[in-house]
Write a protein that binds this ligand. Structure first.
Ligand SMILES: NC(=O)c1ccc[n+]([C@@H]2O[C@H](COP(=O)([O-])OP(=O)(O)OC[C@H]3O[C@@H](n4cnc5c(N)ncnc54)[C@H](O)[C@@H]3O)[C@@H](O)[C@H]2O)c1
Length: 248
């Protein structure tokens, strides 16, 4: 396969771990310059070093809920590599509890990281891409939880459904400039986030997956690569499910 992202620059939030890191690996392998933004700056640096010794992988400390941090992250990318072609708004957290036990703080914390973070990243990346005049691809990380609603995740399901609406609205605003905005909706993928699920919840969710297994981070990364590259040049505003067929 030729290098799908040769010479392009991608920023991935929450890139130090899990799905974000797997996406970074896939993009890096296809020739991209990669900037990993993560709340944990040391982990972002270490993750960039794991990608390879080349200067084309860099880590930056960034809290996606901070407008200044997000702007700094993108400024870093354009200073280091001259341009921005792909933005992946992936950083995420969970604070699962039923509504009887969920505090307003639990609700707002999760909404902030996902929805405010994705909006800040989408807005800043779209502005840069419009100014560059060569299009671009923005990928927002939703979840099947936003499609079907999971008990114990009123905060997370609301945020992930909100990301779908944000993605569609943004796609309509910036399509004229060749900037594509799409969302990914993974089912259960084996990462630190899903290690927290109880055996009972895992068994119940697995029963709904026609492919009969949970996904691997690399399988989400391949879908992200498709949306990042010209292979998806006529796709915008879509939500791509990567769930082994769960809840279809
Ligand atoms: N793992 C799954 O099964 C699954 C399924 C659907 C959607 N998702 C979504 O995929 C994304 C990645 O999930 P994951 O499983 O890799 O999680 P993870 O916990 O392994 O990694 C999340 C990363 O985000 C970072 N992060 C958290 N808050 C941040 C903030 N405010 N600013 C910057 N970085 C921050 C963390 O430091 C961490 O490196 C999340 O948006 C998650 O909701 C995951």
């Amino acid at each position: 396969m030729t290098s799908l992202l040769a010479g392009r620059t991608a920023v991935i939030t929450g890139g130090a771990n899990g799905l974000g890191f797997a996406i970074a690996q896939a993009f890096f392998a296809q020739g991209a310059n990669v900037v990993l933004g993560d709340l944990d700056g040391a982990a972002a640096d270490a993750a960039a070093a794991r990608l390879g010794p080349e200067a084309r992988a860099q880590g930056v400390a960034c809290d996606v809920t901070s407008e200044d941090d997000v702007d700094r992250l993108l400024t870093f990318a354009t200073s280091a590599f001259g341009r921005l072609d792909v933005m992946v708004n992936n950083a995420g957290v969970t604070r699962d509890k039923t509504m009887r036990k969920m505090s307003l703080d639990d609700f707002e914390f999760v909404i902030d990281v996902h929805l405010r973070g994705t909006w800040l990243g989408t807005r800043a990346a779209a502005a840069l891409m419009r100014d560059q005049g060569q299009g671009g691809s923005i990928i927002n990380m939703s979840s099947i939880s936003g499609k079907v609603g999971n008990p114990g995740q009123t905060n997370y399901s609301a945020a992930k459904a909100g990301i779908v609406g944000l993605t569609k609205a943004a796609a309509k605003e910036v399509g004229f400039a060749g900037v594509r905005v799409n969302a990914l909706q993974p089912g259960i993928i084996e990462t630190a986030m899903t290690q927290k699920l109880t055996d009972e919840v895992r068994a119940a969710r697995l029963a709904d997956v026609p492919l009969g297994r949970f996904g691997q981070p690399s399988e989400v990364a391949q879908a992200a690569l498709f949306l990042a590259s010209d292979m998806s040049s006529y796709l915008t505003g879509i939500t791509l499910e990567i769930s082994g067929g769960r809840n279809i």
